[in-house]
Ligand binder design. Sequence first.
Ligand SMILES: C[S@@+](CC[C@H](N)C(=O)[O-])C[C@H]1O[C@@H](n2cnc3c(N)ncnc32)[C@H](O)[C@@H]1O
Length: 384
Amino acid sequence: MSVPDLVGHTTDRGTLDPMTGVDSPFAHGLAHEFSLLGREITRRSPLYGAVCEGIAAAPDVIELLHAAPVAHRRPVQLLAALHHRVLDDPHHPLRAHYPSTGGTPGHDVVEVALNTCRDDRTELQRIIATRGVQTNEVGRAPILMTSLRHLVGDDPIDLVDLGTSAGLTLLGDRYSTDLTDANGVSHVSWGNAQPTLVCGIRNEHAWNLEPAPTIVGRGGLDPDPIRMDDADGPRWLDACVWPDQHDRRARLRAAITTATLTPPELHTGRLPDDLATVADLVHNPSRPAITTSWALAYLTPEERRATLQTITQIITERDAVAVMAESPEECPEIPWPDTVRGSRRTEVIGGYRTSGRSVMWAHLGTAHPHGVWFHLASRHHSDA
Ligand SMILES: C[S@@+](CC[C@H](N)C(=O)[O-])C[C@H]1O[C@@H](n2cnc3c(N)ncnc32)[C@H](O)[C@@H]1O
């Protein structure tokens, strides 16, 4: 389908999409975002590629997202709510089309998806209003670990992960991990717990690659942390995984097994207000290391600015480091270098204190959104 050429009208709550009348965090509006995303993911998830393109042309279905706060009105929120219904309802018409329930996408999958969204409005709106996207992508752990090690060297750290979901990336030093070169040859490996994670390092000679840092304390912050002993939590994690991505589902389940044996410490709280408290709770005498991955996009611009201010303060006062794997397009308040400003990719930035006690931010690289590869930045930090 062709992308409607619509220019959104910016309001103080987001950008009003003239096609749907729904404010959203996207300057180009939600219909356009569904269409863009559909085209971007079609190779990784042909099923969601097609469903997103279908929803892009269905304003009454997009309108379901009105039930969520503006910062959460995004395609994955609607897709996760729909998937949750499919997993939950043994008679759901999409079960025959979703590989996660043993189905195979048929030629009419988009039509069935749109019809079930229309028939199931009340329940979908209830889920959209009460649950946020909490995809816990354990594949991002190697990227966070190798970035942290690059910043702290041999210093032991207290890891604080913000927007942690189930806290699975807090255990990145434990998973059996391989960083490989372009030919699949291992450069460095660590860990022996499930799952096995392989991350292809591009531009691998840019850094001296080393194993995960030594993690002494670890804790995560989330408004709604997912705990392994709550039956509905892991089911919601499952719903956030795309139905035709078996490899992601398998590594999520394996990571859940590891997290069940050694649960990370999870704190209920919300950015920006509770960040300082959590940093204080993880109070080993080690260097604090703060991470975020695909979490700051769910904040309002004001919340992001306040969060960055607090992170900067913690770096200054406690010689902390920070690694953020986020989208520049969705998080323009992060101090991205001009080379990646506005990018829709997952860019990784690191913050640290210089010997002159100022805070430096350096672009560390570009990552596959689910951690398949990490392209290291050639010019990284210097103590300027
Ligand atoms: C897409 S998930 C990413 C989870 C994890 N960081 C990862 O990369 O796998 C976004 C997470 O941010 C959390 N979140 C949303 N608003 C937040 C806020 N104000 N403060 C802290 N976390 C928040 C959500 O609950 C969710 O768990």
